[in-house]
Write a protein that binds this ligand. Sequence first.
Ligand SMILES: *Cc1c(COP(=O)(O)O)cnc(C)c1O
Length: 455
Amino acid sequence: MAGMETIQYNLPQSRIPQAWYNIVADLPKPMAPVLHPGTMKPIGPDDLAPLFPLALILQEVSTEREIEIPGEVRQIYAQWRPSPLYRARRLEQALDTPAHIYYKYEGVSPAGSHKPNTAVAQAYYNKKEGTKRLSTETGAGQWGSSLAMACAFFGMECKVYMVRVSYDQKPYRRALMEAYGATVAASPSNETEIGRAILQEHPGTSGSLGIAISEAVEVAAKDPNTKYALGSVLNHVLLHQTVIGQEAIEQMAMADDEPDVILGCTGGGSNFAGLVMPYLGRKIKGQCNARVVAVEPAACPSLTKGRFTYDFGDTGHLTPLVKMHTLGSTFVPPGIHAGGLRYHGMAPLVSHVMDLGLIEATTVQQLDAFAAGIQFARAEGIIPAPEANHAIAGAIAEALQAKQEGKPRTILFSLSGHGHFDMQSYADYQAGKLQNYDYPEEEIAMALAGLPTVG
Ligand SMILES: *Cc1c(COP(=O)(O)O)cnc(C)c1O
């Protein structure tokens, strides 16, 4: 069909990256060390050994630029990778903007998001080192279903603590995890010490990722056959996601375009990091001058309103202390539908590049996020995950600004997942039942007042 404009940039299977990209090798300033919560001294591999297999601990502290992706992992990636890059031509038309809008779509994975990129890798290394069972938390259920699927591939058991509000809002995500063979409990649960303590103090709590992490860590720490898997935040998780950005760089070259601005939504920071770290590596070397923007929910604004300091990764204070942008580990975010963004902290690596001035951050309200998602769905056909709607809202704002200035602008964003299991939230939005949440200033002030003191 002569004259048809390209909207999809596909790479062959042979272009699945051979290695994950570790930006730590290229950072102008090293990251702050991870501290032991008891001694406040930097932790060593032994401290993490009860929770993670050695291969992942070594990746967590690695300063190697490239870490080879095992053949078995690449083989599984090949089911959905390389993921497509689209030019959003109909959205551009609807916005009547001179901007070029591109999105890298991770919803093509079997579980529906970017999360299998790390779930498969984590399950692989655990299996290799003899782990029988993995325990984890999940917010909206995307991570739980990804890990459940990966455990099914490698013949391991999977135990998921699902944040109470999502457990109630998203029953089909739970059904999906169970279909893959996982066991799911609403968090806080009666199964753990920390869960029982929190239930006693706050019987009606909607739960949070910080609480669910405590439960999953407690279970792994107590059982020698169980290890823990985290779906975001940690260096090795962000590392596994860098296949996204490496592919996007090749696909943008196919499109003969260079991004002026790159955006992603940020919960713990993994889909954002996956897309942007390979670009930031170039930015550090002066080969890319794109603005890089993290988009977070106004109800849980860790990068824009949090403090860059040492804090616990979980509410029960079982994890090591990491330096990150945090709202305080006891902060329980409002029950927004973007459950994957309800985390009190931010990945230390994302926090660090923010501190270095390599990225910026902005916030979006819940209703604006859904309005953007609906506009996107009507133009592009894909129903985005509520989390991804934040990135879309950020991208649309950029496109409208370009229109106002009457200047071209090339926008690239991460469409981290589809929303097929989140239709209740769309129904509620269309029925006018959703609301915005003001920045919960008082609660955050209280949670920040309880930050640990580090000498
Ligand atoms: C989990 C999730 C997120 C948030 O997690 P990050 O680690 O910040 O990427 C965003 N989008 C989708 C679709 C998710 O499943």
